[in-house]
Design a protein around this ligand. Structure first.
Ligand code: LLP
Length: 426
């Protein structure tokens, strides 16, 4: 996090709290969330896009505290399951500021969304139109957006590129699926079509793809007006804004995005003779990612005959599947003690039972690295814990929040007893 700075001894301070001190107190692996960083990132979005609505994408990471922080900073929430929806509303998040996504929403999820009165539901497939309409009485219409696919490839890995054809999300603009879906939604008295949605992909570092998406969506808005005589008031461009994992990584430029997007929207709408729609964005990673640090304890250091070193830690692909899933790269550093030893190259590997459980390949670490040392992996706040598993019956890590020199536990470590308690037969 931006707040990270050297502390007493060789500890690294995040939010004014030493990571080694937090690891002592709460155990490892430990995920430390810098509340101030989450809040200032949320605020930066509000300031850069004062006329837009900013919805935090809960899939990046959600817990009740996170919901409080983004709510207090004036953001809405994008959820993609009844689990995220229920947690947020239970935490007191105003349902009107929640938007529900999902390519396979169950009837029960849609019913829950209606019962809790979520502000918007994004229609992602043909079956959903009638399914949702059947739940809605015409006197309390449901505000919806239609998710369209503009045909733009962007994102760090094929698995997260959702702006192109040949993947499961949304209605392609090309070929007319989007136009058909829009016509069907407009036919449903219980559905109030507020606008269009698209999400291109994730960990995108350029602004250009968003401008092209905007062009495609404004063209579609103009088509809708021509065909149906209605001007849809909302345009949601999804999330995907990339962050730095390595110091050499490019990162998404929010200020450039805000200026160029707002200008382009004004120009394209003027050309098409449309009112400028209300803009919505859904950043997840850009808010949570840089605010998190994962802290692991080294359990084993193996120096091979070929000089190769493996430093094994007490977490791994169970709490961070991203390296194994996408080949994602991270940086790592020793915390808690100072070392004057030369640097060596080492693979920081996890404790899970497969050779592919490598958290950081070829990391530069002090040659005197030894069991008991603590390693910190920054940029750990998004899509790690939210994708964590219980592989090898290793429980998910604890999560602590830090702020103004104080640490507090948000989520306790999952224990083997948690696994056993779910068993109801044998
Ligand atoms: N809106 C929609 C509709 C989305 O599907 C997503 C992410 C977001 C917003 C937020 O995207 P963000 O700003 O966080 O990039 N597990 C992958 C990322 C999957 C993203 C899925 N959708 C990873 O670890 O890279």
């Amino acid at each position: 996090p931006a707040s990270a700075r050297p502390g007493p001894g060789a500890d690294l301070l995040v939010g004014g709290v030493g990571l080694a001190e937090a690891a002592e107190r709460f155990g490892t692996p430990l995920y430390v969330l810098d509340e101030g960083e989450v809040r200032s990132r949320a605020r930066a979005y509000r300031q850069a896009l004062p006329h837009a609505e900013v919805l935090y994408a809960a899939k990046a990471f959600l817990c009740s505290a996170m919901a409080d922080w983004v709510a207090e900073e004036g953001l809405g929430l994008d959820v993609c399951s009844s689990g995220e929806l229920w947690l947020a509303v239970s935490a007191g998040f105003p349902a009107q500021r929640i938007l529900l996504h999902g390519n396979a929403k169950s009837p029960a999820e849609l019913r829950l969304a209606r019962r809790l009165r979520v502000g918007r539901i994004v229609i992602d497939g043909p079956a959903e139109i009638a399914r949702l309409a059947a739940l809605v009485a015409a006197d309390t219409p449901q505000k919806v957006l239609v998710r369209v696919v503009p045909g733009i490839a962007a994102g760090h890995h094929a698995a997260v590129r959702t702006g192109v054809g040949g993947q499961k999300f949304g209605f392609p603009i090309e070929g007319g699926d989007a136009a058909d879906a829009i016509a069907r939604v407009l036919d449903q008295p219980g559905l109030e079509l507020a606008g269009l949605h698209c999400h291109l992909g994730s960990q995108i570092t350029e602004v250009e793809p968003y401008l092209r998406a905007l062009d495609a969506l404004v063209r579609l808005l103009a088509q809708v007006r021509e065909r149906h005589g209605v001007e849809l008031p909302e345009l949601d461009l999804g999330g995907g804004h990339g962050i730095k994992y390595l110091p050499s990584d490019a990162e998404f430029d929010l200020a450039e995005f805000a200026v160029r997007l707002t200008d382009r929207l004004a120009v394209r709408c003027a050309e098409a003779g449309l009112e400028v729609p209300h803009l919505i964005v859904e950043p997840g990673r850009a808010i949570a990612g840089p605010a998190g640090v994962a802290v692991y304890r080294v359990l084993s250091v193996k120096h091979g005959a070929d000089g190769h070193c493996f430093a094994a830690v007490d977490g791994g692909m169970g709490d961070n599947p991203r390296p194994a899933l996408y080949g994602s790269q991270y940086s790592v550093r020793l915390v808690g003690r100072r070392s004057d030893a030369d640097a060596m190259r080492a693979d920081v590997v996890g404790r899970h039972c497969e050779a592919g459980d490598v958290l950081v390949r070829d990391a530069a670490l002090p040659a005197d690295l030894r069991p008991g040392d603590l390693l910190a992996v920054p940029a750990a706040g998004a899509y790690q814990l939210s994708m964590a598993s219980g592989y090898n019956l290793v429980g998910r890590p604890a999560v602590a929040a830090v702020r103004d020199g104080r640490a507090r536990l948000l989520i306790r470590r999952e224990t083997v007893e948690d696994f056993r308690l779910r068993e109801v037969g044998r």
